[in-house]
Design a protein around this ligand. Structure first.
Ligand SMILES: [Cu+2]
Length: 183
């Protein structure tokens, strides 16, 4: 027996209604998922003020009775505006200075304090590394041994204060600075 076109269309419409309903359900599920993702994203964003990223931080162990050391790290400015690392401090130290190492004309390594802070433009990465710019940590209340952690606070012009825990290690995460000849 030949089916009339009408008889064929009816079940199709039923299927059509079903899938529309399913589409709405999927749509609602998607919206809820997106809302959840957005919430997570906003939470992460809030935990990273100004979206300044800090990676590969490390500080040298102190030597003997010395209570001075240097800390290094990579700072990425993923925020939407230029920023400036103004200063740093540590509860365990009397002072933390921003230092720049340079070579004099006669080949002597010198460190000088960076008075006006370290600018980091949008999208730029600032590397604090042995032989270059570093944080000089002075007047530590105790020695720092490899394996310990040093709590530091970085003060940015726009992003404000960012607390980091700096692992104490004889060399950086990628093995840099293992020799002790300079800061
Ligand atoms: Cu220094």
């Amino acid at each position: 027996m030949r089916q009339r076109p009408d008889a064929v269309r009816l079940p199709e419409e039923a299927v059509g209604r079903l899938s529309r309903q399913r589409l709405i359900e999927i749509g609602v599920a998607l919206v809820l998922t997106l809302a959840a993702l957005l919430f997570v994203a906003l939470t992460v964003w809030a935990a990273e003020p100004g979206a300044i990223g800090i990676a590969d931080a490390w500080a040298r162990p102190t030597i003997g009775q010395g209570r001075t050391t240097a800390a290094y790290m990579t700072i990425m400015n993923r925020s939407g505006e230029d920023d400036l690392l103004k200063s740093a401090r540590a509860a365990a130290a009397k002072s933390v200075e921003l230092h720049q190492t340079s070579m004099t004309a006669d080949g002597v390594m010198q460190m000088r304090e960076v008075e006006d802070g370290l600018p980091i433009a949008v999208g730029e990465t600032l590397k604090l590394e042995p032989g270059g710019t570093h944080l000089m940590i002075m007047g530590l209340s105790d020695s720092l041994a490899a394996g310990a952690e040093l709590a530091l606070t970085l003060e940015f012009d726009k992003a404000g204060a960012i607390d980091i825990a700096v692992p104490v290690s004889a060399s950086g995460p990628d093995g840099v600075g293992a020799d002790h000849s300079h800061h």
